[in-house]
Design a protein around this ligand. Structure first.
Ligand code: SF4
Ligand code: SF4
Length: 245
């Protein structure tokens, strides 16, 4: 079996790739699923489906805690155990296309971000993954990675995902090792189950000691604001030397 090839690509460098309903392999990449979801992916998908984050997580995902960190890890639950089809793939394509996850948008480009120091300058590198089953590279259309990111409407996704990556670095630096059990519930709600978190903050009055400062009223209705508020609460939690809630 042919192996996938990974090639580094420079900013501004053209590559030839396109994906549309006319490619021979249409939908081939929406099976054999092992797809992690970011907090912003979930926000977009649950909005597309018109359901709450709790229902989305229950119906469409698998969840567990990272064994080393205790951080929640959420992935899409395949529709069947053999082909491991994505729950959203149909014969005419992706049923959640305008809100598909960042990894679906980015493919075949891999974007890696590293930082010098915790708040240091981000260094972004790009790679292309060429998998034998993917015929998109036979297309003639040329684009560079910046054009690809723009065309795939990834700018906002990358902003949220970079904020999440920076937060994970902070957690691993301030609180290395496994989070205590009660903190895992807070992290799960604040990052992935934002409708539940919203209710905890605005209805049940929980996490008052961790809110510290003005709570934006817009977070009551705006999911992006709620996600930012969640990260703020978790960062405040990580400042606690005893890591107690
Ligand atoms: S979300 Fe859409 S594009 Fe992504 S794997 Fe599922 S069907 Fe394919
Ligand atoms: S061209 Fe590649 S990305 Fe597009 S459907 Fe085929 S396998 Fe998937």
């Amino acid at each position: 079996m042919q192996e996938a090839e990974i090639i580094e690509i420079q900013s501004g460098e053209n590559f030839h790739f396109d994906c549309n309903q006319r490619v021979r392999c249409f939908n081939d990449c929406c099976c054999d699923l092992t797809q992690l979801l970011t907090p912003y992916d979930i926000l977009r998908l649950k909005k597309n489906l018109g359901i709450s984050s709790s229902v989305f997580l229950d119906r469409f995902t698998r969840q567990h805690s990272g064994p080393q960190t205790g951080l929640p890890i959420v992935s899409l639950k395949p529709r069947d155990p053999i082909h491991r089809l994505c729950p959203f793939v149909t014969s005419s394509g992706c049923s959640v296309y305008p809100d598909r996850p960042s990894s679906c948008r980015m493919y075949p480009v891999i974007r890696s971000v590293s930082r010098i120091g915790l708040n240091g300058k981000a260094i972004v590198k790009y790679m292309l993954i060429r998998e034998p089953h993917c015929k998109g590279f036979e297309c003639k259309r040329g684009r560079n990675v910046e054009e690809w990111i723009f065309d795939q409407e990834l700018i906002l996704y990358n902003q949220h995902n970079d904020a999440m990556a920076a937060f994970i670095s902070l957690k691993n630096s301030n609180a290395p090792g496994r989070l205590p059990g009660n903190a895992q519930d807070l992290f799960h709600a604040a990052l992935y189950d934002i409708d539940r978190f919203r209710e905890q903050v605005f209805v049940e009055g929980r996490w008052a000691a961790l809110l510290m400062g003005d709570v934006p009223v817009s977070a009551q209705t705006d999911d992006e604001e709620m996600l930012k508020l969640g990260l703020r609460v978790l960062k405040n939690f990580l400042q606690r030397t005893d890591l107690n809630i």
